[in-house]
Design a protein around this ligand. Structure first.
Ligand code: ADP
Length: 277
């Protein structure tokens, strides 16, 4: 590990951080369907928070509310003390599907946002090259997306989001579309990246092992209409090892909470099917 990274690791373990994203009693209706009944949480500056919950509980919706793509039906959502009014350059989103422009090279895909913003070509490229190196894309600057694997495409999407220099990085199941081997490799390989990025990161995932390996805290949502049912701090230093027994204990704890919630949701669904028939 480099001396710089070692310093970031130790700073991260000790640094007091202030609230960055504050959600109070967030409700979200789609038509007359209540998707969220009460999402309340505080995510601090430079924290890496993973959000996990049964399928359809509103994880992506919560991320889109933070991104400003959706509006809450009730409650308060603020970033840096200001209500979220819409999308903004302070937030970068990485989606599950690799959203790249096929006619642009890796480098141009990454610098596009800065080009549009009017940043000079030299500065845009300099900023891009740092994240190209840290995402393991060196040597692929002039390649086109069609020649890249899924994992490499997602590295480009992550490098692009970081090059734009957002305060908050929102990851919507960033490894969800990858095969298991690529996904595991990327999660291990990119641990240093998140520390180097030193941003507030919110990641949606359905994988408990991914959440405990990467995040400082894991929020578990109930089934729909959702609320936060557990908030677990993963008090282990980075970089983490998947086979570390301490990590496995966190994984087991969260899996038990999640399994109980999924069982509850399934039995409610069964009851409602029986009542309707
Ligand atoms: P998750 O990410 O946890 O799987 P989502 O946030 O995608 O869940 O969705 C939560 C619930 O809200 C689901 O029941 C989904 O069908 C519903 N939903 C999400 N977006 C919309 C939408 N634009 N219109 C109607 N219903 C939606």
């Amino acid at each position: 590990m480099s001396a710089d990274l070692a310093q970031i690791y130790s700073l991260r373990a000790t640094a007091p951080t202030k609230p960055k994203i504050v959600a109070k009693g967030i409700q979200k209706y789609f038509g007359n369907v209540l998707a969220m009944k009460d999402i309340s949480c505080t995510i601090h500056e430079r924290e890496f928070v993973a959000i996990i919950g049964p399928s359809g509980c509103g994880k992506s919706t919560f991320l889109y509310l933070i991104a400003g793509f959706e509006k809450p039906s009730g409650g308060d959502l603020s970033i840096n003390g200001q209500p979220v009014g819409g999308p903004g350059p302070d937030r970068g989103v990485v989606f599950q599907e690799f959203v790249l422009f096929p006619w642009l090279t890796v480098l141009r895909n990454i610098t596009l946002g800065l080009d549009i913003k009017g940043v000079s070509r030299a500065e845009a490229e300099e900023r891009a090259r740092k994240w190209i190196r840290l995402t393991g894309l060196s040597g692929f600057e002039d390649a086109y997306p069609s020649t890249l694997s899924g994992g490499m495409k997602q590295r480009v999407a992550i490098a692009r989001a970081l090059t734009y220099d957002p305060e908050v990085l929102l990851l919507d199941e960033p490894f969800g579309a990858l095969d298991v081997q690529t996904k595991n490799y990327m999660i291990r390989d990119m641990q240093d990246l998140w520390l180097e990025a030193n941003r507030t990161i919110v990641m949606i995932t359905h994988s408990v092992s991914e959440a405990v390996l990467m995040a400082d805290r894991v929020l578990v949502l109930s089934s729909r209409p959702s609320e936060v049912i557990a908030d677990v701090s993963i008090k282990l230093p980075h970089p983490r090892e998947q086979r570390d027994p301490a990590l496995r204990r966190y994984e087991d704890e969260i899996t038990a909470i999640l399994s109980a919630e999924v069982d509850k949701a399934m039995s409610l669904e069964r009851q409602s099917i029986v009542q309707r028939s």
